[in-house]
Design a protein around this ligand. Structure first.
Ligand code: 4GX
Length: 222
């Protein structure tokens, strides 16, 4: 899969995407990730990418011209152009799965008060939000989407890390887990887990996952 990112803060992407599983996916050629500076498409020597909103009001907006030219330069046929903003549909595991099936994503990260509306109308295929809180810019949301999508690409996770049987793909929270020692500071691991009875262990885990989901995230059961 190819992912291009358009951002005003390319330096923010160094680090998080150069570690661990994403690093391995990139090295293996499973993810071709490129970060682009929107200012490279600015028209003037001051590299202006923002301007004041018509009608007045606080804050600045990303101008349409650099964004249109950048997207037109990076877009290929079959590209999914995705804006990151609090006004997008809420990103979740199902959307990550859907994006993992695409060949090319172009993530466009907002800054200031947002985008000129014509960017939404003519450039974007989708608009995603990673949650109901306000960040300083869209770089972290873009990294969240890249991370969640990359680990679903075929070959990225090993058998031990497999995403198929994990909590969110079953629609439940994770059951409680323990490792050695069997007793630690007078806290004992539940007997059933030490019993060796695999049918009983499965049943206990299913019940625990359901109970925990009902208590903490009843919305997941609806
Ligand atoms: N999930 N932000 C985008 C600028 C902005 C404002 C309005 C478009 C419209 C966010 C989030 C998020 C902060 C990124 C504001 N762009 N993005 N930025 N939560 O908070 O995605």
């Amino acid at each position: 899969m190819k992912i291009d990112v358009l951002t005003l803060f390319p330096a923010m992407f160094a680090g998080p995407l150069d570690e661990s599983i994403i690093k391995r996916a990139r090295a293996a050629g499973l993810l071709d990730l490129n970060i682009h500076n929107l200012r490279d498409w600015a028209h003037d020597r001051h590299k202006t990418v923002d301007d004041r909103p018509f009608g007045g009001g606080p804050g600045m907006l990303l101008k349409p011209e650099p964004l249109f030219e950048a997207v037109e330069a990076l877009r290929q046929k079959g590209t999914r152009v995705i804006l990151l903003s609090p006004a997008g549909r809420r990103f979740d595991q199902a959307i990550a799965g859907e994006l993992a099936g695409r060949k090319h994503l172009l993530l466009v990260t907002g800054h200031y008060e947002g985008f000129d509306e014509r960017v939404r109308e003519r450039l974007a295929d989708d608009e995603l939000s990673i949650g109901d809180y306000v960040l300083t810019n869209g770089a972290l949301p873009a990294m969240v989407v890249i991370d969640a999508v990359t680990r679903l690409l075929p070959g990225v996770l090993g058998d031990d890390e497999s995403s198929a049987d994990e909590s969110f793909s079953r629609g439940l929270l994770e059951y409680p887990q323990y490792t050695r020692p069997a007793e630690f500071r007078e806290m004992r691991v539940p007997d059933v887990l030490i019993s060796g009875n695999h049918a009983e262990i499965e049943k206990w885990r299913r019940e625990q996952a359901k109970r925990r989901t009902k208590e903490r995230r009843p919305d997941l059961l609806k």
